[in-house]
Design a binder for this molecule. Structure first.
Ligand code: SF4
Length: 433
């Protein structure tokens, strides 16, 4: 497979990147490559029991759900954990993004499920276990994986309480986001998929976790932006009532996080007082011009300067290490508006990293997933070189400012990290080779 950057995917590319980028572990390089190219499965490899992909907020797939082959549609694991193989990988947890064109394939072998890049064996594949409490149903008959799915190998309870966004259509929606399109696809497929979850059903599911689970350590409250009101509540009141309800019933049981728009300090104090510890006001892309083009709703309703000011202000409320804004790694290279070279893209993002990290704030990134129904649509993602450069500059800035390991992500380092949609946690502490 050839990207727009004339980089040919395959084992030789992994070897080249391993040789060139020596300050990041090879596990991080392989992980980013699988995330950017997606993954396919041989039917025989799926004939076992595992926690399936719950579509917890977006599709994170490279192809429409209806175009996925029947043996894979709604039958794939949330994540895989790979180990060993040609690069002697330590256990590495990777989110599954379906792409039937991917050179990465999980196949069944006499030694169990293994992942191959073309014909190169990259190691054993483990699928996530089904939490015991997934056997329950809510009073309304809903599945735990719909109401309170876990990701990151069971570490994070992901509560998308509002599965749509009131930024709607090309003029408002973030150009890389398929939250509204994911919702539509799930409903069209006839899946149970609650648009607005009630606090009561969430508390019901959390009670099972409280009683039976020993893996989950954090929860995230999130959902789309609310421009007017929802259930007669303004945006902050809507999200606050979940935070208050959860922390009232299970005070301090898990690390509470919110992923929402950037809000003013007066609003954030209410979340802090409720028991929320970590705030993710995602800035998505650093470049001023790209922010306005790729996040048109955020630009017109809040504005980039306000957004950045509010992120810095949030550090006064939660403490800088507990403000962890996300950016969509690689979207700076998207067509038609993005940078034309890897170096320009990384230089721009590095400027943002340095700005936030100099304030003690630790941005994280997810790997951009070009989902078909987004404004940006299907297109080849960034080359692997971009992600290797990005991880290198992220790690260098993180070390330069001697920042603490971001809380709420589990253990850092190759072989231990569970954050599955980028390798930023995998590179922490790596001493090079
Ligand atoms: S604000 Fe943007 S990224 Fe967030 S849910 Fe809405 S469209 Fe998606």
């Amino acid at each position: 497979m050839t990207s727009a950057f004339s980089e040919i995917a395959g084992p030789a590319l992994l070897e080249k990147m391993e040789d060139r980028y020596r300050s990041i572990p090879v596990e991080a390089i392989v992980k980013q490559d699988i995330l950017r190219l997606g993954l396919r499965f041989e039917e025989a490899a799926l004939q076992t029991s595992f926690k399936q992909k719950d579509y917890f907020i977006f599709t994170f797939d490279h192809m429409p759900i209806t175009d996925q082959p029947e043996e894979m549609r709604f039958r794939i694991p949330e994540e895989i954990k790979i180990q060993g193989g040609a690069f002697a990988l330590k256990p590495t947890v990777i989110s599954v993004r379906v792409d039937t064109r991917s050179p990465y394939m999980v196949r069944m072998t006499p030694d169990g499920a293994r992942i191959f890049l073309e014909d190169t064996d990259l190691g054993s594949v483990e699928f996530p276990p089904i939490p015991a409490w997934y056997r329950h149903r809510t009073a309304d008959g809903k599945f735990p994986g719909e109401i309170a799915p876990v990701i990151e190998w069971g570490y994070l309870i992901y509560l998308t309480v509002f599965r749509n966004c009131q930024y709607f259509g090309k003029e408002e929606e973030c150009a890389f986001c398929d939250i509204n399109h994911n919702y539509r696809q799930q409903k069209q497929a006839g899946r149970p998929y609650t648009g607005v979850k009630s606090l009561e059903e969430i508390l019901e599911a959390l009670a099972w976790i409280d009683q039976e689970d020993t893996t989950a350590r954090a929860y995230t409250i999130t959902g789309g932006s609310i421009l007017t009101s929802l259930r007669e509540k303004k945006e902050t009141d809507f999200y606050l009532h979940y935070a208050e309800g959860i922390e009232k019933k299970f005070p301090g049981k898990w690390i509470g996080k919110i992923v929402t728009q950037a809000w003013e300090k007066e609003e954030l104090v209410r979340f802090k007082d409720a028991g929320i510890q970590i705030y993710h006001p995602n800035y998505e892309v650093w470049d001023k011009n790209l922010f306005s083009l790729l996040c048109p709703g955020k630009e017109s309703f809040i504005g980039r300067e306000n957004w950045i000011r509010r992120i810095v202000g949030a550090a006064e409320v939660f403490g800088p290490g507990n403000v962890i804004p996300n950016f969509v790694g690689g979207v700076e290279l998207s067509r038609p508006h993005g940078f034309l070279t890897v170096q320009e893209a990384v230089n721009s993002t590095a400027e943002g990293l340095d700005f936030f990290m100099s304030h003690g704030i630790v941005p994280r990134f997810t790997a951009w997933c070009p989902e078909p129904y987004t404004t940006l649509g299907s297109q080849s993602g960034p080359p692997l070189e971009y992600f290797c450069e990005l991880l290198t500059v992220w790690k260098a800035a993180f070390e330069k400012y001697r920042l603490p390991v971001p809380p709420g992500y589990g253990e850092p380092g190759a072989g231990r990290a569970v954050f599955s949609v980028s390798a930023f946690m995998d590179v922490i502490g790596y001493e090079g080779r």
